[in-house]
Ligand binder design. Structure first.
Ligand SMILES: Cc1ncc(COP(=O)(O)O)c(C=O)c1O
Length: 381
């Protein structure tokens, strides 16, 4: 028998719920992927580069033109300069960036602060590297950071803090105040940051995404992980990037080159061309805000209570006023009885803490959302 390195990890809830959605012919608002296609032009660019023979290994850290475009975009959108050749790395999805960054930093016995609920790849990456996850819960009802608890969690052994803004599943968007407090907390310590910013272009109600690297001190400690999957509706392509100061990037690339070595060549060239026009991603806030509003408007006709998400393409709903049923049981029941699949939020907690919340993905066509809402209005408690 092989001794499992991750004995607690089984089939993820995303696989379970998507399979159940298909088995019961339910509307799948569980897994976080867009229900619509990418721009045809982007698809055509990939085909074009394949036809032209761009089909062999890309350079380990990414094709130069794409790294340059990512650096230009970062400068344009956030006013922050990264050196394309030494500080930008193209990776096979943000998941790879997160894993490679954790591996670059975490040594056996190091403590890593994870703010819960947390994306499911963080803790396994830490554990596989011999690190010890230290869980700090976010503060209800808005899931902002409980800075007093973070302060208490920091010890001599803390090596890394993992951040996610805009947040999956809760939609919280970090403020300037959050950045300042974090900087103050780590300034005299040797603590690094991994900042998962895959929903950077999806913020609502006039909020602006504040990358951690927009703060000078935080920039010097941060690996920022981005994903083209979320920005261009191409989650299946698994392509993203990591921005970090030169010294950190050097260590990051030592890991990246032995995890995947490099990322799909024709897709990199296609994305480099596609990035030329900022309107191809700057419209996203508005695009998803309209979908969030449509979804929230419909939720008013259901028994659930909710606060509109600040960012990301997820909406949480609460039902603690309706039943004591576990969120897991309720998600399954609604899929089977009502035909709408969601994700129980307890799966994002290491101890399966159940606040009686479900997560719905609203990155779907309007008709799908409308149908889903109609069915959700019929849920019986
Ligand atoms: C918070 C968060 N981080 C990372 C990822 C993974 O991104 P990618 O598909 O680029 O690996 C996701 C995808 O759902 C996510 O929600």
């Amino acid at each position: 028998m092989i001794a499992s390195k991750l004995p607690h990890v089984g089939t993820t809830i995303f696989t379970i719920m998507s399979k159940m959605a298909s088995d019961y012919n339910a509307i799948n608002l569980s897994q976080g992927y867009p229900g619509f296609d990418c721009y045809p032009y982007l698809r055509d660019l990939v085909s074009e580069y394949m036809r032209r023979g761009f089909n062999q290994y890309a350079p380990m850290s990414g094709v130069p033109i794409l790294k340059a475009r990512i650096a230009e975009k970062t400068k344009q959108v956030y006013g922050v300069q990264f050196e394309a050749e030494s500080e930008v790395t193209v990776v096979s999805g943000a998941t790879e960036a997160l894993f490679s960054a954790v591996t670059a930093v975490v040594r056996k016995g190091d403590e890593v602060i994870l703010l819960e609920p947390a994306y499911d790849s963080y803790a396994p990456a830490v554990e596989l590297n011999g690190g010890i996850p230290v869980y700090v819960p976010l503060k209800l009802p808005d899931f902002s950071v409980d800075w007093e608890k973070v302060k208490v969690a920091i010890t001599e052994k803390t090596r890394l803090i993992m951040i996610n803004s805009p947040h999956n599943p809760c939609g919280y968007v970090w403020t300037q105040n959050d950045l300042e407090i974090l900087a103050e907390l780590i300034k005299d310590k040797e603590i690094f940051i991994i900042s998962d910013e895959v929903y950077e272009h999806i913020t609502f109600d006039g909020r602006k995404h504040l990358p951690l690297f927009s703060h000078e001190l935080l920039k010097s400690r941060t690996f920022a992980c981005g994903s083209f999957g979320k920005t261009f509706h191409i989650t299946g392509w698994k392509i993203g990037y990591c921005l970090a100061p030169k010294e950190l990037t050097t260590e990051f690339r030592k890991i990246h080159q032995f995890v995947t070595f490099s990322t799909s060549t024709p897709m990199q060239y296609a994305l480099a061309d596609f990035l030329e026009d900022p309107s191809r991603y700057m419209y996203l806030n508005e695009f998803y805000e309209r979908k969030r509003d449509l979804f929230c408007e419909g939720l008013k006709e259901t028994a659930f209570s909710f606060t509109p998400a600040q960012g990301s393409f997820f909406q949480l709903v609460s039902y603690s006023h309706l039943t004591n049923e576990s969120d897991f049981d309720l998600a399954i029941r609604i899929t089977k009885e009502n035909g709408v699949a969601s994700i129980p939020v307890s799966v994002f907690y290491h101890n399966k803490l159940d606040h009686k919340l479900l997560r719905f993905c609203f990155a779907k066509d309007d008709e799908v959302l409308e149908k889903g809402l109609e069915l959700l209005a019929k849920v019986k408690f």
